[in-house]
Design a protein. Structure first.
Length: 256
């Protein structure tokens, strides 16, 4: 009687996860569903006493799925941000004055003035803050803005991480080059102004410590993001946002 119940449970699992594997738009998720199908099939072989088929199903097919899943995971290099490492992605905002030497006569000798940051935006500039808590190390989304350079500055005593990829729109790219994707650890109290077209995810908290980030961008971008009905790809209001796994078949993961 128990074997009959287990058999029907495994059969139900095979039916449900077979359908989910087919309809899922995520490659890795489909592979996980298929793994459940293969393992459930192996369980049926075991109930029927086909031990050889059980071993083959488990070792060859299920093992192959696990191996292919590992091959589709890309660990994003995590490095400390500085002006040199960020050069192709943006500008480091740090304790050092950016392009010092601006000739303003007041407070000479006590204030070192820097040149204006090349902040670019359309319409109205928007300054706001966001509180960032721990989230999955898997990077689902990357986006870019062709008519805006965006600023992120960490407030308080906690660092944060920016996942960035080099701009490639001038070469006709609609998907980031995964070889150019880097995770930059931004020290506490520092920030980055990314170049127009730089692919990026929203900042990530580091070591699980929440961090408040000040952001500067355009009202056009904020309005487009806030108007989204659901978390999905979008191309509106100078926001081109893509699902990396859906577009590349790869899963990006930051090795926290």
């Amino acid at each position: 009687m128990a074997e009959h119940i287990i058999f029907y449970i495994l059969a139900l699992v095979i039916c449900v996860f077979s359908v989910m594997a087919v309809i899922s738009k995520k490659l890795i998720r489909s592979a996980v569903y298929l793994l459940f199908v293969l393992l459930s099939t192996a369980g049926i072989y075991l109930i029927l006493g086909y031990h050889y088929l059980f071993a083959v199903q488990t070792a060859v097919y299920a093992g192959g799925i696990m191996g292919s899943m590992e091959q589709n995971i890309v660990n994003v290099p995590l490095i400390d941000a500085d002006q040199e490492s960020l050069r192709d992605y943006g500008v480091m905002i740090s304790e050092e004055v950016y392009s010092p030497g601006l000739a303003i006569p007041f407070y000479r000798g006590s204030v070192e003035e820097g040149q204006n940051l090349d902040f670019v935006y359309t319409g109205k500039a928007v300054v706001r803050t966001a509180r960032i808590s721990h989230r999955s190390p898997v990077v689902t989304w990357l986006e870019r803005h062709l008519h805006m350079s965006q600023i992120f500055v960490g407030l308080g005593s906690s660092p944060f991480v920016m996942v960035l990829a080099k701009p490639n729109h001038l070469a006709g790219g609609y998907v980031p080059d995964l070889a150019d994707v880097m995770a930059f650890r931004i020290p506490a109290g520092h920030g980055v102004m990314i170049h127009p077209g730089t692919w990026h995810d929203f900042p990530m908290a580091f070591d699980g410590k929440p961090v408040t980030v000040l952001t500067m961008n355009s009202d056009e971008v904020v309005t487009a993001l806030a108007s989204a009905k659901a978390a999905d790809e979008m191309d509106a209001g100078d926001v081109y946002k893509i699902d990396i796994e859906r577009r590349t078949g790869k899963v990006l993961r930051v090795p926290f």
